[in-house]
Design a protein around this ligand. Structure first.
Ligand code: 5GP
Ligand code: ZN
Length: 136
């Protein structure tokens, strides 16, 4: 995709601080780092979101994500690591080329995701599960 910034990073057409790559995935530093070490793991081919990932690509991207998480743990000794991945603007996606954020975390670092729990009745949870099973 000619105008996609992450495709340009994969093709080395724009500068990026790359830390790892293999045949199907690439990891580079996020220019908008939340904490030092904040990295992005992207699919190499242009796939917009998780719905376009085939199984080998999903496996490759997640293997690299786990590899980067282990490296961040060793390099920064954070108190935790958060994976963040958004699909669609309603979900918070701003770059429409599939990627996973790998963020070293510390108590009180200010990275907060609002999590508005609704505590639905058991029947509603069962009904949601039935809808999922029906399409799997
Ligand atoms: P999203 O909001 O789609 O989950 O995350 C997109 C991320 O890409 C943002 O955190 C943003 O800082 C990062 N980003 C946007 N443009 C560039 C770029 O040109 N280079 C790098 N390294 N990161 C970028
Ligand atoms: Zn792209």
């Amino acid at each position: 995709m000619a105008e996609c910034i992450f495709c340009k990073i994969v093709a080395r057409n724009v500068p990026a601080t790359i830390v790892w790559e293999d045949e199907r995935s690439i990891a580079f530093m996020d220019i908008g780092s939340v904490n030092p070490g904040h990295a992005l793991v992207a699919a190499k081919p242009h796939v917009e979101n998780i719905f376009e990932l085939d199984q080998p690509l999903a496996a490759a991207v997640f293997q690299t994500t786990a590899r980067i998480a282990r490296a961040l743990k060793q390099a920064f000794a954070p108190q935790g690591v958060t994976l963040y991945q958004a699909n669609g603007s309603a979900a918070g996606q701003t770059v429409f080329h599939f990627h996973i954020h790998v963020v070293p975390r510390y108590e009180g670092d200010g990275m907060n995701l609002a999590w508005p729990i609704k505590t639905p009745p058991r029947s509603a949870i069962e009904e949601a599960a039935a809808r999922i099973r029906a399409v799997l």
